[in-house]
Design a binder for this molecule. Sequence first.
Ligand code: DGY
Length: 325
Amino acid sequence: MAKPKVLATHRLFEPARRILQKHCEVEYWEKPERPPREEVLRRVKDKEGLVCLLTEKVNDDLLEAAPKLRIAANVAVGFDNIDVAACTKRGVVATNTPGVLDDTTADFAWTLLMAVARRLVEGDALARSGNWKGWDLDQLVGTDVWGKTLGIVGFGRIGRAMARRASGFQMKVIYTDAVRASAEVEKELRAEYRDMNALLAEADFISVHTPLLPETRGLFNAANFEKMKRTAFLINTSRGPVVDEAALVAALEKRKISGAALDVFEKEPIVHPGLRRPNVVLAPHIASASLETRTKMACMAAENVITLFEGRQPANILNPEARKG
Ligand code: DGY
């Protein structure tokens, strides 16, 4: 029997390729740069499966071009690139990769937090510049992390992994979320619930872990920057459009807040020029980018595809109602 045809818009990692190749005939986009959209639309025509990155829009255009498509497997936990309703309407299953990247992403949010608080990037630049004149008492003085208040916006798996790491720094942890965590979780993570306004007013470091939803788009806007402490820092490893970048730049210019550390941007790969300032640490959307985790994400997407082709429901299905059987 012919194997189902799959398009992978990335070369993936060897373990994921091994999973796919047993069950599918896979066409990979092997080049290091992202495939042009026309190429994806052309190649997906005869495919029953798609393994894609968060840079690929799975929308009506793509679905129209792929009449045989049965599954779109995102290699990411965030799936704002996928029009899930459009997939459901056409009976296309959509999947993501939750769970495997929580600790790696939280590690990186902490990396950003520490880097901006302790001015690591400025220090690195000075140390390698050849202009460092030696130790000085007030050189690159930053702000303490330990003992401060960490505010977590979005208390899902990654937000909780962020909280778990705070105890080593003797921090107070406060969080906000549409749904309050259970008393057991709050106790285990020593995290206290706040509404958004209270969190903005109290936190020294605010780390964002919400998905991009209509209600979180532009959540960090001028009004909310006004409510933050002037000494506070914003860390974002979720999705760029959760932060209104023009408002953030204005808040930094007017010293409404002390700094920011960002892994994600409103219009990736464009970085607002106003963010290129010493009190902002910038990273190119790499919070989950450890070899171990990215390999797990690719394998999970591959498993989602083959599970569907074997007639079972993929573990990470986003629209169970779309299953054609
Ligand atoms: C995701 O998975 O949504 C991240 O942004 C990439 O790891």
